[in-house]
Design a binder for this molecule. Structure first.
Ligand code: PMP
Length: 428
């Protein structure tokens, strides 16, 4: 495959946009080479500026559960745009999507819409701090909750890819209020809580981590976190930006039957438009302005195009009783196929998967936290990535990202992908 036009477009972009991209991980720094510029996408496929077709395993980093340019979403957005694209005033649509989301997700009474996952998580911790009147939060090494200051402490995703987990520009004052724990290590979390009595407002976690590759919680971990939080007056925040409306209708809360106090959403809830949201029970949500004292706002929050897209997306997911089972089956099929060819070709690997989130770690041992994820062989990953790209399969350009499976993938697409992995893994 040729990528001449993408290379030329990237060179132009670099002149006017830092690194040529508007979000770092897109720049291929982790894998080398120049990023692919997309012209359009439909269903499970991306079509790039050089005319190549790629089977897409990123799916806009999660939201395209039902495929790119999903007709009900496209129709809803185009229809809505004709009536105006932003008012900064309430619309009925906002209540409609709020009601639907609340009916799908357990344990929430109210929801507020924002414009990104970053905003959702940032607002969730401000709310938790205001509600508990405490300053500190605990996050897990390798988890990513967006790029707001409090979270850029050992963050995963692009921050790990580029080896700058702690960003300059985050003040010492902010950093000291973020305590770091080891994912899947409840003793470690308990010790932090014990060492900071009555000071921790919230523990925020990706209930299935997706920003250090896919790392599911070990059995009992989320339940123990719940107990620890309840016993110590700490709010448990599930960052379901990846897992919400993907692992189950009610996200990880439903899947693991563990209640969070605040839930953050992103990506899926906007059907691919820039949307995030956070939600909780009444007693917590009523702490928000204009009802309560915790300030949070947004000119474009609840934007009608974004709400129309999100509503169409959630309606489609809600109406499809088999969607999550189908995704599970397709991803299990892919997992088995990958295992077969990697075993046959003698590759050292670990596959982690939960539902339709899956990643191949080129690591010899089980991957349960950031330290074990970081043991993955990045040179092997780079060869794997570029090999697959040459075969027309697009996975995230970083070993620290998960793959997101879309229902638009057919079993032929999955076989095509497994055959590509077979071919590529002979030369790893
Ligand atoms: N939380 C998680 C779990 C994420 O994966 C991401 C983005 N990948 C975010 C928060 C931030 O979302 P956004 O990029 O929309 O700001």
């Amino acid at each position: 495959m040729l990528y001449q036009r993408s290379s030329a477009l990237f060179a132009e972009a670099e002149k006017v946009i830092p690194g040529g991209v508007n979000s770092p991980v897109r720049a291929f720094k982790g894998v080398g080479g120049t990023p692919i510029f997309v012209r359009r996408a439909k269903g499970a496929y991306l079509y790039d500026e050089d005319g190549n077709r790629l089977v897409d395993y990123i799916n806009s980093w999660g939201p395209m559960i039902l495929g790119h340019a999903f007709d009900p979403v496209v129709d809803a957005v185009t229809q809505r745009a004709k009536s105006g694209t932003s008012f900064g005033m309430p619309t009925e649509l906002e209540t409609q999507i709020a009601k639907l989301a609340i009916s799908m997700v357990p344990n929430i009474d109210k929801i507020r819409f924002v414009n990104s996952g970053t905003e959702a998580c940032m607002s969730a911790i401000r709310l938790a701090r205001g509600y508990t009147k405490r300053d500190k939060i605990i996050k897990f090494a390798g988890c990513y909750h967006g790029h707001s200051d409090s979270f850029l402490i050992q963050a995963g995703s692009g921050a790990s890819t580029f080896g700058v987990p702690n960003s300059p520009g985050v003040t010492q004052g902010t950093a000291k209020d973020t305590l770091l724990a080891r994912y899947n290590d409840i003793e470690n979390v308990s010790a932090l809580v014990a060492a900071n009595p009555n000071e921790i407002a919230a523990i925020i976690i990706e209930p299935v981590a997706g920003n250090m590759g896919c790392i599911p919680p070990v059995p009992g971990f989320l339940e123990s976190l719940r107990e620890l939080c309840t016993a110590n007056g700490i709010l448990l925040i599930f960052d379901e930006v990846m897992t919400g409306f993907r692992l189950a209708k009610g996200g990880a809360q439903e899947l693991y039957d563990v209640e969070a106090d605040i839930v953050a959403f992103g990506k899926v809830i906007g059907g691919g438009l820039p949307v995030g949201a956070f939600a909780a029970r009444n007693e917590i949500m009523n702490y928000l302005a204009p009802v309560g004292p915790v300030y949070q706002a947004g000119t474009l929050s609840g934007n009608p195009l974004a709400m129309a897209a999100g509503l169409a997306m959630l309606e489609a997911l809600n109406a499809d009783a088999e969607i999550f089972q189908r995704l599970e089956e397709k991803t299990a099929y892919l997992e088995n196929g990958i295992r077969e060819v990697l075993d046959k070709n003698g590759v050292v690997y670990t596959i982690n998967r939960k539902g339709s989130m899956i990643s191949v770690h080129f690591a010899p041992d089980v991957v349960t936290d950031f330290t074990s994820a970081a043991k993955g062989d990045n040179d092997t990953f780079k060869k794997f990535f570029h090999g697959l790209l040459a075969e027309g399969v697009y996975i995230a350009p970083s070993a620290y990202e998960t793959w997101f499976i879309t229902d638009a993938l057919t079993y032929d697409d999955l076989d095509f992908t497994i055959a590509a992995i077979d071919k590529v893994s002979k030369n790893l």
